[in-house]
Ligand binder design. Structure first.
Ligand SMILES: Cc1cc2nc3c(=O)[nH]c(=O)nc-3n(C[C@H](O)[C@H](O)[C@H](O)COP(=O)(O)OP(=O)(O)OC[C@H]3O[C@@H](n4cnc5c(N)ncnc54)[C@H](O)[C@@H]3O)c2cc1C
Length: 495
């Protein structure tokens, strides 16, 4: 950093005004959101605190701050909803500011003729969805973190919603966007229906994890919403393998339900408990959307395939239960009861989402269950579910509860389990070790393996777009000067 911390604080106050520069300990300690919540429940904070949290209210302010930080080698972590996982917001160096744009929360315009909505980056996803629903429309984007996440973060993490099989992931929804680059320059990618004018520049920011620039404005697609015409159905399967087979057939025949989910018993028992199953059994369910005729015929065909695959139809009650409770987990975040529960049980719950082709996913599920379990005697529960399917494969959310030795070692113990899962996934040619939460500073350890021979392209992008490496150090690629040792994250995992 080329200025003293004191000088930087004074300069930020001049740029934004005193009340937008937060330096109180509480704000700084929780600046990186729910990362390392277990340790924090014991008052243990192992990451350096940022210099301050800066609240920006416009792209002009963002531009001024970014230029200042770029000129003075101050690291910048962009933030909007503060709901992300995987250490995305973790502070790795004390010369860092968290630049928050949740004040930029204007919905700029809904255009029903062209089925687009434009909004600022700090618009809460739930507010946007509620607004367009009043007009009979939907964004189609319903992540479990709907009540917590904002548009900027959702784009920057390449997020996906629970109705993705029909509407797509955020990458299918973003028409255009505006961003502030590290040197303060503002760039706009216009909202054209499709273009063939070279590589798609939207993708520098979709999934950019705040490592390339600050997204200020986003235009998303809209879809007609038919809530009264949804088809729902649930099936008990003999085992996960039969479930995978049924999902595979449904997808490769070209059916497009909005929700496609398959749970093993451990996951269902812990997360919903709404379907009672024997040990090896699985529960699979679907929601079909769209105009009534399409939803109905999709549902009927799914029913045929599911029953033929050995599924026992158990109606739609458990699906309706999921529809109502699907985002309940959000209530646990920021709730003092959760911290108390950590201390009482010494156990944390977390998830790791991966993806693979239809052929490899079954092997990965089996390998993780068989090989990871014995390596972690502290594992209280390991299960999984499928939640996002494609014609060429699907994802698995591995879910687990891990008893931890101490708050000081909790993050490393958690990371070891995540790494063990990633290693099983990356053994397979189509295995991707990050499906939708982002690499973050945890899984960036596997960036070289994940990208293979294309990894140098990622480094070249960073070198070009953020040559002073100020943006979210440790995201997407291992950063210069970031040993990782101070945070306990092992940077040598691949060596
Ligand atoms: C209970 C729970 C359920 C979840 N369910 C889902 C789910 O179903 N699907 C899913 O995809 N994710 C899910 N997540 C993860 C998380 O909600 C998403 O990653 C979400 O996209 C983060 O958005 P945010 O606004 O909270 O971003 P933040 O946490 O503020 O930031 C996330 C990342 O984006 C960067 N960033 C933020 N704003 C900007 C910006 N304007 N410009 C550039 N970079 C920016 C940050 O630097 C950081 O790297 C869940 C999380 C929780 C806690």
């Amino acid at each position: 950093m080329l200025v003293t911390k004191q000088q930087a604080l004074e300069d930020f106050r001049t740029l934004l005004g005193k009340d937008r520069v937060l330096t109180d300990e509480e704000s700084l300690k929780f600046g990186e959101g729910y990362n390392r919540s277990y340790a924090k429940a014991y008052g243990v904070y192992s990451n350096p605190l940022p210099i301050c949290i800066l609240n920006a209210a416009s792209k002009e302010e963002l531009s001024k701050v970014m230029k200042y930080c770029n000129d003075n080698d101050v690291y910048v972590i962009p933030r909007t909803g503060n709901s992300s996982a995987e250490g995305l917001l973790e502070v790795r160096n004390e010369s860092t500011v968290i630049l928050d744009a949740s004040m930029m929360n204007k919905i700029i315009g809904v255009d029903p003729d062209n089925m687009m909505v434009t909004c600022e980056c700090g618009v809460p996803m739930e507010r946007l969805e509620n607004l367009v629903r009043e007009k009979g429309l939907t964004t189609g984007h319903g992540p479990q973190s709907l009540p917590m996440a904002d548009i900027g973060g959702l784009v920057a993490t390449r997020s996906i919603g629970q109705f993705s099989t029909y509407y797509g992931g955020i990458e299918d929804m973003v028409c255009g966007l505006e961003a502030v680059m590290p040197n303060g320059e503002v760039v706009r990618i216009r909202s054209v229906p499709r273009r063939s004018s070279g590589p798609d520049l939207r993708h520098l920011f979709i999934g950019g994890e705040g490592a390339f620039g600050f997204i200020t404005e986003v235009t998303l697609k809209l879809f007609p919403f038919y809530p009264d015409d949804m088809w729902m159905g649930g099936y008990k399967m003999k085992n996960m393998h039969d479930g995978f087979k049924a999902l595979h057939e449904i997808m490769i025949k070209g059916y497009k339900p909005s929700v496609v989910r398959l749970y093993d018993k451990a996951d269902m028992d812990y997360n919903f408990g709404s379907v009672k199953m024997k040990d090896d059994e699985a529960y699979m369910f679907f929601v079909c959307e769209g105009p009534r005729e399409i939803a109905q015929i999709t549902g009927e065909k799914i029913h045929e395939i599911s029953v033929k695959a050995g599924g026992e139809f158990i109606g739609k009650e458990a699906v309706e239960h999921w529809m109502v409770h699907r985002n309940d987990l959000c209530k646990r975040y920021g709730n003092p009861k959760t911290a108390q529960e950590y201390r009482e049980t010494k156990t944390m719950y977390a998830t790791t989402e991966i993806s693979a082709s239809w052929t490899d996913i079954v092997k990965i599920y089996d390998d993780v269950m068989k090989n990871v379990t014995p390596k972690f005697p502290n594992l209280v529960m390991l299960g999984g579910h499928v939640s996002h399917s494609y014609i060429n494969g699907t994802n698995i959310y591995f879910v687990y509860r891990l008893k931890l030795t101490s708050p000081e070692t909790a993050n490393d113990e958690h990371s070891e389990l995540v790494y063990a899962i990633c290693r099983e996934v990356l053994k397979y040619p189509t295995g991707g070790c990050v499906h939708h939460h982002g690499m973050g500073k945890r899984r960036v350890q596997f960036a070289k393996q994940e990208h293979g021979t294309s990894y140098p392209l990622m480094v070249a992008l960073k070198d070009t777009i953020d040559p002073r490496y100020i943006m979210n150090p440790g995201a997407l690629i291992k950063s210069r000067g970031d040993s990782g040792l101070q945070t306990g994250i092992r940077m040598d995992i691949l060596e």
